[in-house]
Design a protein around this ligand. Structure first.
Ligand SMILES: Cc1cc2nc3c(=O)[nH]c(=O)nc-3n(C[C@H](O)[C@H](O)[C@H](O)COP(=O)(O)OP(=O)(O)OC[C@H]3O[C@@H](n4cnc5c(N)ncnc54)[C@H](O)[C@@H]3O)c2cc1C
Ligand code: FES
Ligand code: FES
Length: 1464
């Protein structure tokens, strides 16, 4: 085997040839550190976010074809792209040569906010477009692609965006699809409202499929050249026969690359691989890593580097796909994507279902490189919750393995049960039998079938998975595969289970298992309720998650749910409907070629004619197919033109094309070092020492920075607010788990991270008090932070009087709320560069550069003017990059100061999640008095807020909370609060800090009152809505004028636009008719108080007439720069003779620089955009004042005076063309209220069985319909038109909505929001804020569990465990109206805030969920005469699937069957 070959590939058409490569380096690291392409972003490093997605193209010289697919560059190893071409978003287009239509449409549809996620989305969409072009579909009209709407949506389902809420991104994808209804596309800058009549494709930036070359000719030529060393790359195409025909010899073609002492090999035969194994000594075995896609590294992270990486994907035996009549054999290195394709090409139910299920595994950009073998090996070696192992087990698959000396064939079950295989065991292939033809081949399968099927039986196969997100990259709580042969006893017409294969996995088991005893018990039995109940009891005894598994009871109940779901169509006596549709129908149809269900299906379809006014409601398509629809209503005001225009976000194209520079994109200066934090894992412990295990990475440590390195005169300070400070590092005593103990400095970020991970800390807790970890302990030990009196909320009215007036009282009810993590896509990052004379320049991704400057200067013991903090843009902040960014910038500065070298850090996601702090957890106790008609007369609340270790902004929390709590007229209101100091990381501001919790508390109280009185919660809401008088009483000083109280108007408009009343009726009907599926709806108002703060602004006109603007506010994605540009144009328009639209192009808002514009303050609280605008307006006014006289003088002398001439003359006449202003809001009106309301409709929805592809979904849905028709589940037929007149065409066809209680899986069917933005400064920007905030709130209420262990150490530490909303979890119909409520004289050009208040609206989803659960409980508990039917129950936040299912009854299936038993 030759050594030292070259690695050749192309990036965006450029040739790269490398001879020495560190084999552990990922494609992402290479691109970001060795090329100019920074469009690939690091969001997670574990395949879970899509920020790093690139297009990988491979050339097949034999067929002269190029294969193109997305990969996650954070997992793909550089050496594995030998001979490939990479396209990043920069390769599509750029600002110099012209942007790609994808970039332009992201901008035009307002689909990029902070922009950190945008390049990844662009590449996912680009790949979908490229691959759609390769289909045989008819050519689309010019400007469109062959892509379909459904494919466009799916293409982005693995990408995360934390800002936009996804709706506009979906519009971008749809806009390329040939089947798009242009009318259905959302707000954009390509056409205007009112123009819809003539909208057509010409309005869009033109798309042509041939615009981008993804595989350069030079690389094709080199690949064709026989001289090239990498002819083995052909082998990846896996067609064994073709290769041998060509007579290629492989032995000299293997690739080996090395760097220092590490190696990369790509053997092309098993013999070569064996030689390599022999060559390595036994003690080195553990340092060898076989890889195919390396996606396993996203799960089992590499703690240290391996010596040798062996890429086995070039070995032909591992890439075969062989078919014969007995089944299909898939090589272990075949990717999941290719396996799906191959299985879809096969006939037969089992193959189809497996393919469908596989398309739910991970996301497309992972599946494209993830191999089947890699998955099974992980499942064999580790307790990995594999889907693939489970479904293949159910299908009776077998594997071939090479153990070094022999090839062994094993059933998959035998393979999984062996001891974990060593690193030299090679999985060769996986064989899936062909069940449709199995009757003739059953003897081959080593006992994988227990009963020979008999004639007249039908085969059924179904797979299931329940996961927090249906499509968006989430492993299952439990998965299952069930295969059965069912026959009918002709006499009794009973269904008989001839044989059954039941596989379950991922529930907290070592590996997937077969439920053998259940299988044996059921074999040959007719399926009666009694038999089913007994089988379920046996199943429960098998599916027992191992200790430590989260939600164990839920997982067991899922197994029962899926099992029941599979068998229920065949259970005798289960429902009346069954009598109408006998299993014999199914059996009779078994002879049809495609799985045998056609005849019966037709029968079902006949029962539900889809004509004119009649719609059948149906589930899977709604839940799994993310087909989204939306409506936006915005009113554009031209009064302050161009303020008020929905112009596109400044720099959005740059963000899409990857040219926008974030802190980590700034090239490293010479000699730059990298840092990583070592954090305490203990809540309160003395740190005796830190040691580093000897490892390859530890050899690259430069030093460890700790509190001891603070220079004389400096302070150990990492953060500071007006309330107090926080140390940068623990001194000798660690105060909380997650506290930085030190900052390891190494040559690269990866080495620094690895070393920090491998550090061992010696702790000692002797004679220390136990830590305070709960608010109760804080109360016991009086551990509180002081709240200044001006922030103590005032009581309203007379509480005792209010209580005395009450007919009913709820005393001391308790609620607990957890935390939420920011999940900005760009983690915390900074770079510090020492400058002359003890100065420091720090680039920081921060929301408050001025605070960073102060803290750094204090830490280093130097004056503030020695510290320049620069922030251009932030990749998402949400409050997390306010004070929590300061320790990161300060640690860099301290290290740089000490080492006299530049130091930078980009936190890995895990460290970020551990250090971040997040939203405040809290405990709430309330006592409420109310009348029998629902009028609340008095409310008292006790709040215990968990602030963590330092003050941060926590003393402001009571104030914030009370502001949002007072949204209802409680009669009398009082609050007592304690801000508790605990041994947790400091909790900090997170978008709507305190307000979101408070809004939730208010709703919880309303629900409690309504449930107690057995009346509708919406009625209680209305009953307690403020009049202007009561509003004024509760919000003394900030209620404004009566005309400004728009909440009643908002609610009325919303009730009308959302058909609230009508939908309520429909839902009642639906719930009456459906047993396993329930729906809920809720309409929730919000009131959110905001405060304006003083802000600086500076406007300068340069010689050429271009304008530079500096503001205190930071561009976080919220569109601040865009609004500031509009305001500048408006404010200078008096000087400008042309339209002010033209000035917009001459204006540039530039990065914040603490030495250029002082008193910048911080960007938070939703009002920074408007105050920055106002500051800029003042500065512009100064310029106008200076220039207007000149303009008038000049105009007298010349006819037309251009802006350029005016500027030229001003320069000649020495007019000062730079003006600064510091806007200080009027004290009397610096606080004001924001109003909005949302209606959300929620389904308790059953996700499985799985069906995703259009081609196959009909078969699946038919089967499902058959089953459900049989047990009476398709019961809702909506006559007289669709209830939601606004639903798009496709929805009127898709059968909508059933609710299922078997899994607890939620679906938000529809959300309607009306939000009062005043006179919006930019309705497109505000709409984006509303939608994005709502979806982030949705995450808080429904998905995001920011869990800690018993020491308070965060254990939700990555995308595997922390699930933010994805495109498939947002409302299926998402309607937003941005209400223009006219003039608000004391506001900035009559505008109002939009950044945080809409987040509160997401509580409507939670409330709708409760409504659905209430219905479920009524039915399932009351039918058994059990207590749970009480409408009063607590539901945790987030209301995850386990929470929901538990409330619906973990044993609801058994209860239901038990109830049926006596009637049998
Ligand atoms: C974000 C993400 C989400 C995911 N979600 C799911 C999910 O929902 N359900 C699910 O089932 N899986 C999921 N996976 C797992 C995914 O399917 C596996 O990571 C993938 O299949 C592994 O294949 P690979 O080629 O990348 O393996 P690699 O990472 O290259 O290898 C994995 C391990 O297997 C060994 N190995 C690989 N091939 C062989 C072979 N032929 N013989 C011997 N040893 C071998 C390697 O040495 C290594 O130890 C997810 C993965 C990611 C990254
Ligand atoms: S950074 Fe690669 S998927 Fe998140
Ligand atoms: S725009 Fe998507 S994460 Fe910010």
């Amino acid at each position: 085997m030759e050594e030292d070959q070259k690695l050749l590939f192309a990036v965006n058409g450029e040739r790269y040839e490398l001879y020495s490569v560190d084999p552990s380096i990922t494609l992402l690291e290479f691109l970001r550190s060795e090329t100019q392409y920074k469009g690939v972003k690091l969001g997670c490093g574990e395949g879970g976010c899509g920020a790093c997605v690139v297009l990988l193209s491979k050339y097949d010289p034999i067929n002269d074809q190029i294969e193109e697919f997305t990969v996650s560059s954070c997992l793909t190893l550089l050496c594995s792209i030998h001979g490939c071409s990479i396209t990043t978003t920069e390769g599509l287009g750029n600002s110099k040569d012209g942007f790609h239509p994808i970039h332009q449409r992201f901008s035009g549809f307002h689909a990029s906010q902070c922009g950190f996620c945008t390049p990844g989305f662009c590449m996912s969409l680009f790949s979908a477009l490229v691959n759609a072009e390769k289909t045989q579909r008819p050519n689309p009209p010019a400007g469109f692609s062959k892509l379909k709407v459904s494919e466009g949506e799916k293409a982005i389902s693995g990408n995360l965006c934390r800002c936009t809420g996804y709706r506009p991104i979906v519009d971008v994808c749809k806009s390329f699809a040939s089947d798009v209804d242009m009318e259905d596309l959302g707000l954009n800058s390509f056409w205007r409202k009112g123009e819809k009549a003539d909208i057509n494709i010409d309005k869009f930036p033109f798309y042509s499929p041939n615009g981008v070359c993804t595989f350069p000719d030079f690389l094709i030529n080199e690949l064709k050249s026989p001289k090239q060393c990498f002819s083995n790359l052909y082998m990846k195409n896996s067609d064994n026969v073709r290769i041998s025909k060509l007579g290629l010899t492989f032995n000299s073609n293997s690739v080996s690359i090395r760097s220092r002492e590490r190696h990369w090999y790509s053997p092309i035969t098993i013999e070569e691989l064996q030689k390599l194994f022999k060559y390595k000594k036994t003690e080195e075995e553990n340092r060898i890593k076989l890889i195919v896609g390396n996606t396993g590294a996203g799960i089992y992270k590499e703690l240290d580097h391996y010596d040798t990486y062996i890429d086995i994907s070039h070995i032909p035996e591992l890439s075969v796909i062989r078919r014969d009549s007995s089944g299909i054999e898939i090589g272990a290195a075949v990717t999941i994507s290719k396996s799906i394709k191959a299985l879809r090409g096969e006939k037969g139910l089992v193959f189809t279902k497996i393919a469908d299920h596989m398309s739910q595994v991970a996301s497309e950009f992972v599946r494209n490189t993830a191999s089947l073998g890699g998955n099974l090996i992980m499942a064999q070696r580790n307790p990995f919750p594999s889907d693939i192992a489970t479904i293949l087990l159910a299908a009776g698959s077998s594997v071939n393995i090479h153990t070094g000396s022999e090839i062994v064939m094993l059933t998959l079950e035998q393979f999984l049960e062996r001891p974990p295989c060593n690193s030299k065991t090679l999985l060769l292939s996986i064989r899936i039998p062909s069940w449709d033809r199995l009757r003739n081949f059953s003897s081959e399968f080593n006992g994988s079938i227990d009963n020979n099927p008999i004639n007249g039986t039908i085969l059924l196969f179904e797979t299931y998975r329940a996961a927090p997100r249906p499509l968006g990259n989430a492993v299952s709580y439990l998965n299952a595969g069930i295969l059965a042969w069912v026959s009918t006893n002709r006499k009794s017409e009973d269904s008989v289970l001839e044989s059954l294969q039941l596989a379950f996995g991922a529930y907290g088991t070592e590996h997937a298992i077969r439920a053998r005893s259940v299988e044996e018990f059921l074999a040959g039995k007719p399926i009666t309720v009694a038999v089913l109940l007994e089988a379920i009891t046996m199943l429960r005894a098998i599916i027992i998650p191992k200790e430590g598994t989260l939600s164990p009871a839920y997982r067991s109940s899922l197994a029962v749910g899926f099992f029941f779901d599979f068998l229920r169509p065949f259970v005798k006596g289960l429902t009346d409907t069954e009598k109408h549709l006998q299993i014999s129908d199914v059996v009779a149809s078994a002879k049809t070629p495609n799985g045998g269900l056609n005849r019966s299906i037709n029968g079902v379809a006949d029962m539900f004619p889809e004509n004119g006014n009649c719609y059948v409601q149906y589930d899977n398509l709604v839940r799994l197919g993310p087909i989204l629809s939306a409506k936006q209503v915005v009113e554009v005001s031209t009064e302050y033109y161009p303020v008020g225009e929905p112009i596109k976000k400044a720099g959005a194209e740059l963000q899409a094309s990857g040219e926008a520079v974030f802190v980590d994109d700034i090239p490293s200066p010479k000699d730059c070092l990298h840092g990583a934090f070592i954090c305490s894992t203990r809540p309160l412990a003395r740190v005796k020492g830190i040691e580093f295990k000897t490892s390859l990475a530890s050899q690259r440590i430069v030093t460890l920075i700790s509190a001891k390195d603070i220079p004389r005169g400096g302070e150990n300070i990492g953060s500071q607010s007006i309330f107090g400070t926080e140390p940068l590092f623990a001194d000798d005593l660690a105060q909380f788990a997650g506290q930085p103990l030190g900052f390891v400095i190494a040559e690269t970020q990866r080495y620094a991270n690895m070393v920090a991970n491998l550090a061992t800390v010696d702790y000692d807790t002797e004679n220390l008090e136990p830590p305070i970890l709960t608010v109760e302990e804080a109360v016991e030990r009086s551990s509180f932070f002081e709240v200044p009196s001006f922030l103590s909320p005032k009581h309203v009215g007379d509480l005792s009087k209010g209580m005395a007036e009450a007919d009913h009282k709820i005393l001391s009810a308790e609620i607990k709320l957890g935390s939420q993590y920011y999940f900005y896509m760009e983690t915390q990052t900074a770079m510090a560069i020492p400058d002359e004379d003890n100065c420091m320049v720090v680039y920081s991704s921060t929301q408050c550069p001025a605070s960073a400057q102060r803290v750094i200067a204090k830490c280093l013991g130097i004056p503030d003017h020695n510290v320049r903090v620069i922030t251009r843009r932030v990749g998402g902040g949400f409050g997390g990059k306010a004070l929590r960014s300061l320790p990161v910038a300060t640690a860099c500065a301290l290290a740089a100061y000490k080492l006299r070298r530049p130091v930078r850090v980009y936190l890995d996601r895990k460290t970020d999640m551990i250090m971040a702090g997040g939203r405040h957890p809290m405990k709430i106790n309330y006592t409420v008095g109310f009348k029998s008609d629902g009028k609340i007369t008095a409310l008292h609340i006790d709040l215990l807020i968990n602030a963590g270790i330092s003050e941060d902004i926590s003393p402001i929390m009571p104030w914030n909370m009370v502001g949002a709590l007072k949204k209802y007229n409680w009669g009398a209101f009082s609050v007592d609060f304690k801000v508790c100091k605990t041994n947790h990381s400091s909790k900090s501001a997170m978008r709507a800090p305190g307000e979101v919790q408070a809004s939730f508390i208010a709703e919880a109280i309303v629900e409690h009152v309504a449930s107690t009185l057995s009346i509708e919660a919406d009625f209680v809401r209305r009953k307690n809505l403020h009049t202007f008088q009561s509003l004024n009483l509760f919000y003394e000083g900030s209620a404004g004028e009566p005309v400004e109280y728009t909440l009643p108007l908002v609610l009325d408009k919303l009730a009308k636009s959302s058909s609230l009343h009508h939908r309520n009726e429909i839902i009642k009907q639906f719930n009456n008719c459906n047993k396993w599926k329930k729906r809920g709806i809720s309409c929730v108002p919000i009131v959110h108080e905001v405060t304006l703060r003083p802000t600086p602004g500076k406007v300068s006109v340069l010689n050429d007439g271009s304008i530079v603007v500096e503001v205190g506010g930071i561009e976080l994605g919220q569109g601040l720069w865009t609004k500031v540009k509009q305001m500048t144009a408006f404010a200078l328009s008096r000087l400008w003779s042309g339209g002010s639209q033209d000035i917009l192009h001459r204006i540039r808002v530039i990065q914040a620089d603490t030495l250029s514009l002082v008193q910048g303050g911080f960007t938070a609280g939703s009002t920074t955009s408007e105050s920055s605008c106002e500051a800029v307006r003042l500065a512009c006014n100064v310029l106008v004042e200076r220039l207007l006289p000149l303009k008038e003088r000049l105009q007298e002398q010349m006819d037309a005076l251009s802006w350029d001439t005016l500027v030229l003359q001003a320069n000649l006449q020495a007019v000062n063309l730079s003006a600064s202003a510091y806007w200080v809001p009027d004290y009397s009106s610096m606080q004001y209220l924001n109003f909005g309301a949302a209606v959300s409709e929620f389904n308790l929805f059953h996700w499985a069985p799985l069906s995703t592809t259009e081609h196959h979904s009909s078969q699946n849905s038919q089967y499902k319909r058959l089953k459900e028709a049989k047990d009476g589940l398709i019961t809702t037929i909506l006559r007289h038109g669709h209830p939601y007149g606004s639903l798009p065409n496709q929805w009127t066809r898709i059968n909508m909505v059933e609710v299922d209680l078997l899994t607890g899986a939620p679906t938000i069917l529809q959300t309607d929001i009306t939000y009062d933005c005043g006179q919006s400064l930019n309705p497109a920007v505000d709409l984006g804020q509303i939608e994005g905030a709502f979806v982030q709130g949705l995450g808080f209420f429904m998905l995001e569990e920011y869990a800690t262990n018993s020491d308070g150490l965060v254990v939700s530490e990555g995308t595997w465990t922390y699930k933010v909303p994805t495109v498939d979890t947002i409302p299926k119909q998402f309607n937003v109206e941005v209400l223009n409520s006219g003039h608000h004289q004391k506001r900035v050009l009559s505008s109002k805030a939009s950044g945080e208040p809409p987040l509160l609206l997401a509580v409507s989803v939670y409330c709708a969920t409760r409504e659905a659960i209430k219905e479920a409980r009524k039915e399932h508990f009351s039918c058994n005469g059990l207590d749970g039917s009480s409408p009063i129950f607590q539901m945790d936040v987030p209301a995850t699937m386990p929470v929901i299912k538990e409330l619906c009854g973990l044993d609801n299936v058994e209860r239901y069957l038990e109830k049926l038993l006596p009637h049998q």
